[in-house]
Every structure is written in C-alpha cells, then in structure tokens.
Design a protein around this ligand. Sequence first.
Ligand code: PEP
Length: 280
Amino acid sequence: GRHHDDRRVSGFDYQGLRFDQDSLHVFAGLCAVDTPEHVEIMMKAVAAHGQRCTRMGAYKPRTNPYAFQGHGKGCLPYVFELAGKHNIATIAMEVTHESHIEEIDTCLEKCGRPTGVILQIGTRNTQNFELLKAIGRQQRYPALLKRGFGITLNESLNAAEYLASEGNTQVIFCLRGMKSDYGAPHRNMVDFSHVPVVKRLTRMPVCIDPSHSVGTRDHGPDKVMDIAHATAQGIIAGANMVLVDFHPEPTKALVDGPQALLLDELPRYLDDVALCRETY
Ligand code: PEP
C-alpha cells in the first residue's frame, strides 16, 4: 500500500537531535519574527529552560493581503546568528515559495551554519504540489508538513508522500486543527485525537500545533487554559513534537498576538508537557 512501500518515511537525525515516533521536542517561539530584540529574548528563554529548538516565522502566509507578510529574507541573518549564540540546534520556519529554500540555504551558508532549519509547509500549502516537490527534491533540510485544514486526512497524508517520493524522507506531520463552525470559540476544531491514527498509518513523527488549533490564549470563566489543555491532549495521545507560539510582548506581536503565550508561562508549560509525557 501507499504507506507501506520502501520509501516509507521513518525517523531521522538532524542537528544532533532524533526525530521519530518516540522522540519529543518542543518548538516554542515566535509566530512571526518582528524585532531582533524579541527574537533574542525568546531564544534566551527557550535555552534557559534546556530547549534547543524554536519556531520563527519569516515568510507569513496571510489571509489579508494588507496584513504584515513577514520580514522575509531580511531577518534571516540575525535570526540565524542569534540562534547560534543561544545554542539553538534547529528552527521550524515556514516557506511559502520554492525560492525561500535557496534564500535560507544561502544565508545559513554565509553565516557559517550556526543552526539548522526545518522547512515548514503551512496548512494553506498542504496541496501546493510544486512546493512539496521542491522541498522533496532537496534533502539538506527536513520538512514539517501541516495537515490541510479542509481536506481529508488521507489527502494530507498523500501530500506527505509527495515529499518522500521526491527523495526527502525527513518528514514530520503536523496536526493543527480543522476548519469547523463547531470548533468555536476555538479558531479550529482541535484534531489531536488523530495523533495515534497518523502514527499507526505512517512512520512519521507527529507534531501538534495547539496555538493555531485553539487560536486564543484567553482563559474561560473557569480559568482553564485551552492551549495548555489541547497540548496535554496531544502529548497524552503520543505527539512527538509541539509547535507553540510564545511572545515577550503579545500586544506588540505583528501576527497572532492573541494566541501567543506569555514568557513567564513557559516553565509551567514545559513542566506540563513533561508530566503528560510520563502519562503517555
Ligand atoms: C504557522 O504555524 O505560523 C501557521 C501559519 O500555521 P498554519 O499553517 O497551521 O495556519
């Protein structure tokens, strides 16, 4: 079958880190890079809590064409240099066009490869087959493929197969919620019960993105924190990676400020992840 041939995706090592169906890495970071100061505060916090991974958006796929589109390649030099300074092994970074791969590669080369990059394919591009093929053709950088928000799980798994069929078997599959009115007040219907399903059907490590699933850090009247709860659900279900938005000053964030967790919530968040992991 499609998921059982010898191109089947399994675990891999990257930047001294293991990514497979048993590993667990938290990629806490900025949804979008805004200032070098915020990037450094974020990386410092992540490193201070023993983490070696982060997320940083330079190329942002926005619904509104007039909204901030990300700093693009202009921010890459300071993002990579700061990552090196703070011993960050790898950054999850979305690319929305094939040319961004080259921009990232050229910049990393220029600054002496102080860190690694996992190329993220966003939910709006899950079936951008030419982008998938381009990321599949190169094998220097692993890929993090987001599930499509409005297509079947099987269609999203086929998209992952595009990466593998072109030669890139370093693929992580990310659940990030599905579009549904029934998801309200969350931005998306959280789909983390599919973690074990994807692990059964494929050999890809499975990531969860509670931030883009839930879409708000607001506490309900019962003070239950939905992003933390969704994270717990995903970890208990066996997630191998967490992509989560934090921001030193969410009111100043240029993208998705309302869903960014506060930096002083990071230690508790990481403790909760570790606790849930023990339960799994
Ligand atoms: C993101 O992770 O920055 C993002 C835009 O996510 P998604 O593609 O899941 O909406």
